[in-house]
Design a protein. Structure first.
Length: 493
């Protein structure tokens, strides 16, 4: 199994001539990431063996390496690497830009280097290669103490987003000791081939394929125009609860909900009626997501008030207390800090005895405390370390309010671009990335990984305490991406 290196990173190749450095680099990195002193001799001089061009070639190399590191691009430095001052300068430059830096030590036997050199059309002079081999034996012992993140032997490697660095080990754990995990599909775009007229059919096809792929739930955003993190304000964007009602008719078993309903958009009692109706019409599959609402421009566009955050927290807490009363027996009066209802009653009641409530947001002082007190789940964002911290905070809040932490699930929302293999994945990244965004940055933004990468990542999230992952697929214009995601889901069944 290849070793995963973080993207972006700096890779310094170190070893004598004919040790295999260029061959190894070409096998594991795209040509544009490799900065080769030999190739630059051909640029600055008459060919790769033009030793008279070495000074100019190294000047070009240093300039290119500096530019690539400054742009935070993965850079493979293909030289002998035997100059200690140069190596340490490259390491320092990487550190200044916050890039991981690894050295790859090519400890190829001298006899092997000489044999390879004899087979070259342009040979390294024998005395020069002997001097390089002698210097290498000295440099080899220096590398571990120079401060690299890793000193590697030449082996298969892949450069992957940070989220997948530990995926291989987690993948092994999942295969050897499987754990379960629920999956929800997060629908955040509604622009399909064929335009608006094709929306209903495309959405039905995707919903059906999602259930077939093994998704346990379908979620939509509760917005009225597309958010800037995903698309443009004028992109087609469907109203959430109308869409969920349509999905109820298109599906058989998937739970249906918003991630999450903004408490500023609707009267809370009216929201209770909407969710109860969805539950009845879906056969008891409604999930109620709740959050503060954050999109000020959307409120302005629709003429809604956008209260200060403290006022929105008051409404959120009232909603968390009132909604179960609206769905329960009787019709008690409710008097909250921001919401008052003389009779908390509505008919028909939901089919579910208890409609699950998810609080969206990772605020550690207030949001997670409200989730611990009132909700069935808290939905958070962020990397693995962030999720671990949120899980710890949620457990602490549960203890403070006297609630069993097992009663409040942790869920996680993220984007996932899934490829069946590295080649397909690279093609997806190239096709989907914005024109001016470099592939590595886009891959990190959408968690671009293979099926195995994602199995490992989701296993790590499960180990951190996540019970359900909500996944946005950035290439979901037709059902095909769901077939790739199905392979990930199958690993947790």
């Amino acid at each position: 199994m290849p070793l995963n290196l973080p993207s972006p990173c700096v890779v310094v190749l170190v070893g004598p001539g004919a040790a295999g450095k260029s061959t190894w680099a070409a096998a594991h990195f795209p040509a544009e990431a490799i900065v080769s002193s030999d190739r630059l001799r051909a640029v600055a001089g008459s060919g790769e063996d033009d030793i008279t061009a070495s000074t100019d070639a190294f000047a070009l190399l240093e300039q290119i390496v500096s530019m690539r590191i400054a742009r935070r691009l993965t850079t493979v430095i293909d030289t002998l690497g035997l100059d200690t001052d140069r190596r340490r300068a490259w390491l320092h430059a990487a550190r200044q830009r916050g890039l991981p830096c690894v050295a790859v030590a090519f400890d190829t036997a001298g006899a092997e280097c000489r044999a390879r050199n004899r087979d070259r059309p342009k040979r390294i002079p024998a005395d020069v290669l002997t001097a390089q081999l002698r210097t290498w034996r000295q440099v080899r012992d220096l590398l571990p103490a120079e401060g690299y993140d890793q000193v590697l032997e030449p082996q298969p490697v892949r450069v992957v987003p940070e989220a997948f660095i530990a995926s291989p080990a987690a993948l092994t754990r999942q295969r050897e000791r499987p754990t379960g995990l629920r999956f929800g599909l997060h629908l955040s775009t509604f622009t399909f081939t064929g335009g608006t007229a094709a929306t209903a059919g495309a959405l039905r096809e995707i919903a059906t394929a999602a259930e077939d792929a093994g998704f346990d739930a379908l979620y939509v955003m509760d917005h009225f125009r597309q958010i800037p993190q995903v698309g443009r304000a004028w992109d087609d964007f469907l109203e959430s609860y109308t869409t969920l009602a349509y999905l109820a008719a298109c599906t058989r078993s998937a739970r249906l909900g918003t991630l999450v309903t903004g408490v500023t958009y609707r009267n809370v009692a009216h929201l209770g009626k909407i969710v109860a109706t969805l539950d009845v019409l879906s056969g008891g599959r409604a999930v109620c997501g709740l959050g503060l609402a954050w999109f000020a421009a959307e409120h302005t566009a629709y003429g809604w008030d956008f209260p200060p955050v403290g006022d929105r927290y008051a409404v959120l807490e009232d909603a968390l207390r009132l909604l179960p009363l609206l769905w329960g027996p009787g019709g008690p009066a409710f008097e909250g800090a921001a919401v008052s209802v003389p009779e908390a009653a509505g008919y028909p009641r939901p089919l579910q005895e208890h409609v699950p409530i998810i609080v969206g947001g990772g605020g550690e002082r207030r949001t997670l405390r409200l989730a611990a007190r009132y909700a069935d789940a808290a939905n958070v964002l962020g990397d693995l370390d962030t999720v671990r911290r949120k899980a710890s905070v949620l457990r602490a809040h549960c203890a403070e309010v006297g609630r069993d932490p097992a009663e409040v699930a942790l869920t996680h929302l993220s984007t996932a671009l899934v490829g069946t293999g590295d080649r397909e994945l690279a093609g997806l990244v190239e096709r989907l990335r914005p024109p001016r965004m470099d592939p590595a940055r886009f891959a990190a933004a959408v968690n671009a990984g293979t099926v195995d990468d994602h199995v490992g990542r989701f296993r790590e999230l499960a180990e951190a305490g996540v019970a359900e992952v909500m996944v946005r697929l950035p290439d979901l214009s037709d059902p095909e991406p769901l077939q790739r995601m199905a392979k990930v889901i199958a690993a947790f069944r």
